[in-house]
Design a protein around this ligand. Structure first.
Ligand SMILES: Nc1nc2c(ncn2[C@@H]2O[C@H](COP(=O)(O)OP(=O)(O)OP(=O)(O)O)[C@@H](O)[C@H]2O)c(=O)[nH]1
Ligand SMILES: [Mg+2]
Length: 310
């Protein structure tokens, strides 16, 4: 064998590959938890409330020559607001952007209308798809998986059916191995040591929203948007000054966000600050301003302003 051929063969062994994986499914099924688990960092906020994720979030994992790009998407649901419509659209459109779709399912319960519609969308867009039954740690017994697997198999839509838990990591290595099968030769789109393309400002806004989802009740946190107005590193100190605006939908909601004597806002801001300090690796001076934008979730102009893609 000539040296030239030899070198080519060696080069080919390390050819860069990438795989875009659209992670979709109903709200609360564990999409963001799975993306965080797979990339090993918190790129997406997670709460027990449905519709936590509002926009598409990219998580990146590079293993040698292969780069996985996970597209975490909002949970598909029957939208009641213009924001909801944009969220569902972001999820549905991501299906076409993936080399493969991973659709997540709960281990128990009936499939709902939104799930069935999404499955039709996947079929129509002809993107290869795998089914992932998540939360296997909640199975009462292992055999409980079988009826769900059989039902998903019978749809004829999924090339593989996997089962995972983001709590104990069960099945996640198998999932990565299965997804690698859909990789295509291409240069890496992101630096090999990066885990997301989200700007720090956007991560800060999401962390604040997470703390509000965790601390506020009912519909209030769902009607909140956060914008970062200032993000400035001090030159003389290891400190970042961050000013955020918290928009709520109604005057009564503003009162709840601030709380008695400002106690609620203080609690939320302090939890968010601690987490921001951790991921930024510096002290943070966080100032929050609560404002009202009536029914912004149904206002196209405000949705555009807040950065929700139409
Ligand atoms: N027991 C168990 N809980 C899980 C698992 N994965 C996620 N969860 C929990 O399920 C809830 C929802 O998780 P998320 O990751 O926010 O779900 P999501 O699909 O991104 O939700 P949306 O963004 O609202 O669409 C959280 O309370 C998670 O802790 C799992 O494997 N096992
Ligand atoms: Mg999510």
């Amino acid at each position: 064998m000539s040296k030239e051929v030899d070198m080519f063969a060696e080069g080919a062994m390390f050819e860069e590959k990438s795989v875009f994986v659209a992670i979709v499914g109903r709200p609360n099924v564990g999409k963001s938890s799975l993306v965080n688990h797979l990339v090993g960092e918190k790129v997406a906020i997670v709460t027990s409330k449905p519709q936590t994720t509002r926009t598409r979030i990219t998580g990146v994992l590079t293993v040698d020559e292969l780069q996985y790009v996970f597209l975490d998407t909002p949970g598909i649901h029957r939208a009641r607001t213009k924001l909801g419509e944009r969220m569902v659209k972001a999820a549905t459109e991501s299906v076409g952007d993936g080399d493969v779709v991973a659709m997540l399912f709960e281990p128990y319960g009936e499939l709902n209308e939104a799930e069935l519609k999404l499955m039709e969308d996947i079929r129509r867009q002809e993107t290869p798809a795998v089914a992932v039954i998540n939360k296997t740690d909640t199975l009462k017994k292992k055999e409980d998986l079988l009826p769900r697997m059989k039902m998903l198999q019978e749809t004829g839509l999924f090339r593989e059916i996997l089962a995972t838990s983001t709590v104990d990591g069960e099945g996640t290595e198998e999932l990565l191995a299965a997804l690698a099968g859909y990789a295509v030769p291409s240069p890496h789109y992101f630096p090999d040591d990066s885990y997301t393309d989200m700007p720090e400002k956007a991560l800060v806004a999401e962390i604040l929203r997470e703390k509000m989802l965790l601390n506020l009740r009912d519909e209030i946190p769902h009607g909140i948007a956060v914008t970062v107005e200032r993000f400035k590193e001090r030159e003389d100190k290891d400190l970042v000054d961050i000013d955020v605006n918290i928009y709520c939908e109604k005057k009564s909601h503003k009162g709840m966000v601030i709380g008695k004597g400002g106690a609620m806002l203080k609690k939320i801001a302090s939890q968010a600050r601690v987490e921001c300090e951790e991921f930024l690796g510096t002290k943070v001076n966080l100032q929050c301003w609560v404002k009202i934008k009536d029914d912004w979730r149904d206002n196209d102009f405000l949705l555009n302003n807040f950065g929700f893609q139409k």
